[in-house]
Write a protein that binds this ligand. Structure first.
Ligand SMILES: *[C@@H]1O[C@H](CO)[C@@H](O)[C@H](O)[C@H]1NC(C)=O
Ligand SMILES: *[C@@H]1O[C@H](CO)[C@@H](O)[C@H](O)[C@H]1NC(C)=O
Ligand SMILES: *[C@@H]1O[C@H](CO)[C@@H](O)[C@H](O)[C@H]1NC(C)=O
Length: 395
């Protein structure tokens, strides 16, 4: 006698359903902990209560934030937890707009968490407006920094997806010492003139993937800083903002490095820079290497391809000083579209440590402004160009 698949199907389905039930983590709804989605009541304690129970549950748990708008103060959701944690935001979290309420550098923090999943399609409303204009960090380097919207410190093997961050007071997402973290379907927006509102700021982190996201902001779209290795950005749209940025490097008293970066299949629209590597001069000996920019479309981008080893955002600048950050093995491939400045390719390396192994492959950047023909400019560079070169190569 044979038992047909059809006969077995109900059994298979019920086994599958049981397995699914078994793997659906216990849910800790913030409403059960006293959160009130009325935009007025501070729900921080309720969120922490739900986190505490989910994090402490053997086998993991799920924090659920249902529809509605919740007022939340600065908070850290700390691990280590006893299992994987889902943090599902279906509603909106709203920060106080009063800059004086923030005494720490973050609004929402996750720290020492392994196997975290943040998602749900909800919103993080940073209310940066008042803070941007009451803050002097643009001119005073000793100012107290405004809080970033989401700080991820020592977060590993995790996924952040389907979240919108609007009008952060400082960076929208800040990753520090994270490992194996995937971000996708993130939407970030802040006005073009909002100060220091980097989209995603990455430091001291490894194996980070950012995909399928849209970032409109007032500062860098994605900035990759010291200690970052194996970072991959795919299908990200930036603009307005300051574009993709590696660095600034060499501004500290330590050796800094950034290696193994790929930025591909991405677009920039109306940004102040396109693909930029920036280093301070003078600087400690440091390294930026093994970097690929591939298949990038630009529309009206100023400084589309830009290596700047005299980075100095605030005068006075010592133009005689030279950077000791070594930049090597950097490929710009299939970069095409329009430049809003005449010098579309600017590779200005250090006299002390000239750039090595810079490759320009199939570059097609047009400029239609009043200043004449599109140009490239190179200083202290060793490298090669292949294929189409507009502007004509200076390597
Ligand atoms: C991130 O994505 C990569 C490639 O899809 C996958 O191999 C890796 O396991 C993912 N990491 C996590 C934490 O899901
Ligand atoms: C990137 O775009 C090219 C076409 O321009 C396509 O062939 C390739 O599959 C894309 N890669 C990814 C990872 O999206
Ligand atoms: C240059 O960097 C690429 C990408 O990280 C890497 O695959 C390649 O081996 C490097 N080449 C050299 C000569 O170091």
């Amino acid at each position: 006698m044979t038992v047909s698949f059809i006969h077995l199907l109900p059994l298979l389905l019920s086994v599958a359903a049981a397995a699914f039930r078994h793997h659906t983590p216990a849910t800790f709804n913030v409403l059960s902990y006293g959160a009130l989605p009325n935009r007025i009541t501070d729900s921080t304690k309720a969120f922490l209560g739900a986190w505490y129970d989910a994090c402490g549950r053997e086998g993991g748990g799920r924090v659920l934030v249902p529809q509605g708008t919740y007022m939340i103060d600065s908070v850290v959701f700390a691990g280590p937890c006893k299992g994987p944690i889902d943090f599902i935001i279906k509603g909106s979290l709203e920060a106080s707009s009063n800059p004086k309420k923030f005494f720490v550098d973050h609004w929402i923090g996750f720290r020492y968490v392994d196997r975290l999943r943040v998602g749900g399609g909800g919103f993080l409303l940073g209310h940066g407006g008042a803070a941007w204009h009451h803050n002097d960090c643009a001119t005073n380097s000793r100012c107290r920094p405004l809080p970033v919207t989401m700080r991820l410190d020592f977060v590993t093997n995790s996924i952040i997806s389907d979240i919108r961050s609007i009008n952060s007071k400082n960076s929208h997402f800040n990753l520090f010492a994270c490992h194996n973290l995937n971000m996708s379907n993130i939407r970030i927006s802040a006005p073009e003139d909002s100060p220091n509102t980097d989209g995603i700021h990455i430091g001291s982190s490894t194996k980070i993937k950012i995909r399928d996201s849209m970032i409109s902001t007032g500062d860098d779209c994605i900035s990759i800083l010291s200690g970052s290795h194996d970072i991959e950005v795919t299908r990200v749209h930036c603009g307005p903002g300051h574009g993709f940025s590696i660095g600034s490097l060499g501004g500290s008293h330590f050796k800094e490095f950034v290696t193994g970066i790929v930025i591909r299949n991405s677009t920039l629209h109306g940004t102040q820079n396109g693909l930029r590597i920036k280093t301070w001069a003078p600087s400690m000996p440091s390294l930026a290497s093994d970097i690929i920019f591939d298949d990038i479309i630009m529309v009206d981008v100023s400084n589309p391809i830009f290596i700047d080893q005299q980075y100095c955002p605030r005068p006075p600048c010592n133009l005689k000083a030279q950077s000791k950050v070594r930049i090597k093995n950097v490929t710009f491939r299939k970069v095409r579209g329009t430049s809003s400045s005449k010098v579309a390719v600017k590779i200005q390396c250090s006299k002390h440590v000239p750039c090595q192994g810079i490759n320009l492959v199939n570059i097609n950047l047009a400029y239609r402004g009043p200043e004449g023909q599109v140009e490239s400019s190179c200083f202290n560079v060793q490298g090669k160009s292949y294929g189409l070169q507009l502007p004509s190569g200076c390597l």
